[in-house]
Design a protein around this ligand. Structure first.
Ligand code: SF4
Ligand code: SF4
Length: 372
């Protein structure tokens, strides 16, 4: 494993680390196997943000006896309602989740405590206001329950503001090809380097979208008015995605999500890949193929009052747009709540950090995927 300094924290983190969001719905034994294999391979940094009790129990079981070999994170501001992820800013609720995390992970502290998923100006103001979430995080640090404070965001300007408070040690930010030309991103990373802020890259595969390959795909550009365009999409390898993220200035670690040991192997292949295998220049040359407004299945748009797993349906819909199959229909039909349950309340739309239009997509999914 290659280890890198996480900014000024003094922590040494595995360049290939692990996001755990894709372990939410897999059987507990499979999740435990992935975590244990990762630790055996030298992965020492795990991003943990889901608040569902069963998920936290699974992680507690997986990490049992391994605490001294791993660096753990927690997210102040990630909660759950009726079994679904939801962002929360309720201080008592946030503290309740954090304390519960410690007990379920059988530890007395986390290494990085993130101020979770902040992309809006008002939210950022509230987080750093007196008695806001940042104050709570600092209290935990003083009490020895958190060693360092992090900030997770998808927005360049908000990330910069958080960093400029001087109160953040680590920034978690999406780093993949689709954001390569995002205005200000390069400067943001340079600022992190200058201020010795540890940089952790999330979503290196853009929710798996970059790996889909295939011939031509129709992309619905909700964010730009709903016109349809056809884009050429080449297969990109996990190694290229990880090589790209790890080549960006200041990046200490990337946290790809893996549902099973084979996907973990795909990520670890970066370690032994040749220069030719890591070469991503051809991908950058074809950057025009990636459009903003595409869903990366992160479910930050939850909770949905109708109980819909929006990211899950978006994933099925994207595949259906390319080619409808009986297997896709079956997968969709097995869902407890599906796109037809959408009331078009649009609560999900402003929560999407990627400019997708989940409400519009539910309408399309209901049309496309419901039995004739
Ligand atoms: S619509 Fe947006 S927030 Fe919801 S799953 Fe897709 S990318 Fe994530
Ligand atoms: S618009 Fe539909 S999918 Fe979005 S939150 Fe409302 S009911 Fe759920």
């Amino acid at each position: 494993m290659e280890y890198r300094a996480l900014g000024r924290t003094g922590l040494s983190v595995s360049a290939i680390s692990l996001g755990t969001e894709y372990l939410l719905d897999v059987p507990r034994g499979q999740a435990v196997e992935v975590i244990c294999r990762a630790v055996d391979e030298g992965i020492n940094y795990f991003d943990l943000f889901y608040a569902q009790p069963s998920f936290r129990d699974t992680m507690g079981e997986a990490l049992h006896g391994l605490r001294d070999r791993v660096l753990l994170t927690a997210h102040l501001g990630a909660g759950e309602r009726d079994g679904q992820y939801q962002r929360t800013r309720d201080i008592e609720e946030c503290m309740g989740y954090f304390d519960d995390n410690l007990s379920r992970y059988r530890t007395d502290h986390v290494d990085v405590l993130f101020l979770h998923n902040c992309d809006e100006s008002d939210d950022c103001n509230a987080i750093f206001a007196p008695e806001g979430l940042a104050d709570i995080a600092e209290d935990y640090r003083r009490d020895g329950k958190a060693r360092f404070i992090g900030f997770s965001s998808h927005n360049v300007d908000i990330s910069r503001r958080a960093i400029e408070t001087g109160r953040v040690d680590v920034l978690m930010f999406p780093i993949n090809f689709t954001g390569h030309v995002t205005p200000g991103r390069r400067d943001l990373f340079a600022t992190c380097v200058g201020r010795e802020i540890g940089l952790v890259g999330m979503k290196p595969y853009a929710g798996g979208k970059l790996l889909q390959g295939g011939p031509k795909i129709k992309v619905n550009r909700w964010a730009t008015g709903g016109s349809i365009l056809e884009a050429e999409r080449r297969a990109v390898t996990p190694v290229q995605c990880l090589a790209y993220a790890l080549s960006q200035p200041g990046v200490a670690a990337v946290v790809p999500g893996c549902t099973d040991p084979s996907q973990l192997e795909d990520a670890l292949a970066w370690l032994t890949a040749t220069a030719a295998e890591r070469d991503f220049s051809s991908v950058l040359a074809g950057l025009g193929q990636f459009e903003t407004g595409e869903c990366v299945y992160c479910n930050h748009c939850l909770p949905c009052p109708a109980g819909i797993d929006i990211g899950g349906i978006m994933r099925i819909l994207d595949r259906a747009r390319v080619q409808m199959t009986p297997a896709l229909r079956k997968e969709y039909a097995a869902l407890a709540e599906n796109a037809s349950d959408c009331t078009n309340c649009e609560a999900c739309v402003p929560r999407c950090p990627f400019g997708a239009n989940p409400a519009g997509a539910m309408e399309e999914a209901a049309r496309l995927l419901s039995e004739p």
